[in-house]
Design a protein around this ligand. Sequence first.
Ligand SMILES: C[C@H](O)[C@@H](O)[C@@H](O)[C@H](O)C(=O)O
Ligand SMILES: [Mg+2]
Length: 468
Amino acid sequence: MTQRLYEATRIRGLSVRDIRFPTSLRLDGSDAIHHDPDYSCAYVVLFTNAGLKGHGLTFTVGRGNELVVAAVKSLAHLVVGKELKDLLGHSMATIWRSLTSESQLRWVGPEKGVIHLAVAAIINALWDLWARQEQKPLWKLLVDMEPEDLVETIDFRYITDVLTKVEAVQMLKDMRKGKEEREAFMLSNGYPAYTTAAGWLGYSEEKVKTLCQQYMSQGYRHFKIKVGHNLEDDKKRCAAVRSVLGDEMTLMLDANQNWDVDEAIEWMKELACYRPHWIEEPTSPDDVLGHARIAKELSPLGIGVATGEMCQNRVMFKQFLQAKALTYCNIDAARVGGVSEVLSIYLMCKKFNVPVCPHAGGVGLCEMVHHLQVWDYISVTGTTEGRLVEFANILAEHFKTPAIIRNSHYMPHRTPGYSVEMHDKSLQAYEFPYGPAWKELYKQGGKYKDPATAKCPLLERPNQDTTR
Ligand SMILES: C[C@H](O)[C@@H](O)[C@@H](O)[C@H](O)C(=O)O
Ligand SMILES: [Mg+2]
């Protein structure tokens, strides 16, 4: 554990910005439920009196981003003014607990929804700060930590019935052998990725086929497409994709929560002939037993069930694992309570022998998530067997250290931090609602309207209601 957590260094301020990109114009990111996502993030910067900064974010799909920004503002007092020694290292679990359990704010959670997304952005910024201070990429900071130190960054409350600190330490110690070789392997070969960028629901069949071809020629072997809106369309789309991919490539399907449990089972029986590897988010992300039933019914057809991108917290993941309700875990680096909670979920997945195949794409998710998966390979599971990281090459140009893909593998970053720092000019241009890129869209007069001119029937006080 580092001894370089300077007592004199403290957080002197926190900024949070509402950053949005008009991705729905091209239907990038569209699925059966989110038909017009504008990829967005609540972007947090922690400023220290020593000049060092920490950057963190959490991903949303447009409207509602301002709620996360407001929640970050409500939580800021819990970190601003604090010394780094009270935030990082062994203090990480304590600060995480104080953010998730603030006695009044927790009523609007607890540990779920908007408030938990806000916690994720702040916690991710703290981990970025820590990694930068140690001058290591986040994956390396994690890999180099002693098992006893790493578990001190995790709040084990509510999961000790399946995983204790002692067990987690042992798990990590058991994987010490071969760590150097695995690190060298990652640095030269990277972590296998699949692409999701060919199959957004709003894309035409022709576009999906062309993109599949394009990604195949770039070396991709694993593809995910969106389904769930209309069964006949899905059959056509799966047939078209299989005609391009042939039999060898892996095809995954994602319904983004659109079905009831029985509907999911019936629908997937109809699509089974296209040999999907998994069905992702077949139903509500909260329905543990529903997922368990779907998994049981689809297992004889060789179809796994994947979920997790909208799973609220480690307690829900615990139940999914206990109930055998997920075959693949799609953890999201900017959800649950940020890195600290994500680590506990990886460790539980190891215990239940469930592969983690993280959700990515969005804003900054590809940049962040490879750090966690590389740590998983080097320090937790030692294998990439049955595991893939999602990749969608969207919005990468806005990041100072975008994800590096070589021959469909994520190459580990070497730059210190958690890789989410965005270019100043991108932050300025896309700050909602009056960054220049947004003003330009209002001027063009398309679907985006200046919020100041939008008519909204809200009254400041009830007695201003003159319509009665
Ligand atoms: C609205 C988003 O693009 C989702 O469709 C996306 O995150 C998706 O579920 C995925 O698995 O990549
Ligand atoms: Mg998904």
